[in-house]
Design a protein around this ligand. Structure first.
Ligand code: GTP
Ligand code: MG
Length: 272
């Protein structure tokens, strides 16, 4: 057989399904519109249930036909949404960097998805990309890059800072997303390990998150109020080894390390 014909046959076009998830009004539809139509609509037009579209993209020498299911984020549409989780190869998870609750909601979006996919749920066969959206609105930003990146990368997800308004990060995000989905399909449906080794452990990521959310210095060091100097120092040493900036490259580790040092200093001042 002519080798060119053979090659063309080998590189059949792929058909994939992707969905968008995230709270209402975070910008899911605008991100998709920016990519597919190269425009931005400032007026909020809530998605009613689901919007569906098809686009074709080229990844290396393969044509990919992408079916995009743009979900409505409003809880009201749960009954409509839940039909559409199954058989997705890619998920775009979106939050608004100016609204902390939209970032905190990412876990519940993953939980809803797992629940609706039931026994079919195999999260290892799905490529996830997290969009920290509306980065153009710098003054109202409350979730910083390190926090978002940590959440995403500690789960093996891609992370992009995006603005549907300015277009920042949008084509880079879709390029990485489609390229990973293609890699996964060519890899027998298993998500390939991220190209860059994230270089930190889940324990480090979880500890940084715990430190960020701690309510006081005792809580930060993970000791009971009224702990002794020895207990404080022991807890401090453990955290220092885990998070020292020379050893830990997880986003936010430097701030977490400083916070732990300060917590220890302030506790020791008040312990006899
Ligand atoms: P639902 O369909 O209700 O789930 O919302 P959605 O997540 O699809 O949000 P949508 O894309 O409709 O955008 C919501 C609002 O945010 C609109 O008014 C958009 O114009 C605005 N918006 C979206 N992305 C951006 C962005 O990157 N920057 C700014 N400044 N505004 C944005
Ligand atoms: Mg929408």
């Amino acid at each position: 057989m002519d080798t060119n014909v053979q090659k063309r046959r080998e590189k059949k076009s792929l058909r994939v399904k992707v969905i968008s998830l995230g709270n209402a009004e975070v910008g899911k539809s605008c991100i998709i519109k920016r990519y597919c139509e190269k425009r931005f609509v400032p007026k909020y037009l809530a998605t009613i249930g689901i919007d569906y579209g098809v686009t074709k993209v080229q990844v290396r020498d393969r044509e990919i036909k992408v079916n995009i299911f743009d979900m409505a984020g409003h809880p009201f549409f749960y009954e409509v949404r839940n039909e559409f989780y199954k058989d997705s190869q890619g998920v775009i998870l979106v939050y608004d960097v100016g609204l902390r609750e939209s970032f905190d909601a990412l876990d519940s979006w993953l939980a809803e998805m797992k629940q609706e996919m039931g026994s079919q749920a195999n999260m290892e066969s799905i490529v996830f990309v997290v969009c920290a959206n509306k980065v153009d609105l710098t003054k109202r930003r409350v979730v910083d890059e390190s926090e978002g990146r940590l959440w995403a990368e500690s789960r093996g997800f891609h992370y992009f800072e995006t603005s549907a308004q300015s277009g920042e990060g949008i084509s880079e995000m879709f390029q990485a997303f489609f390229s990973s989905i293609t890699d996964m399909c060519e890899n027998g449906g298993k998500r390939p390990a991220p190209e860059v080794n994230v270089g930190f452990t889940k324990e480090q990521a979880d500890t940084i998150r715990r430190i960020r959310n701690s309510k006081d210095s005792w809580d930060m060091l993970g000791v009971k109020p009224g702990a002794t100097r020895e207990e404080v120092n022991k807890a401090y040493r453990k955290l220092a080894v885990l998070l020292h900036p020379d050893k830990c490259v997880a986003p936010g580790s430097e701030d977490a390390f400083k916070a732990v040092v300060n917590a220890r200093t302030s506790l020791l001042k008040n312990i006899k």
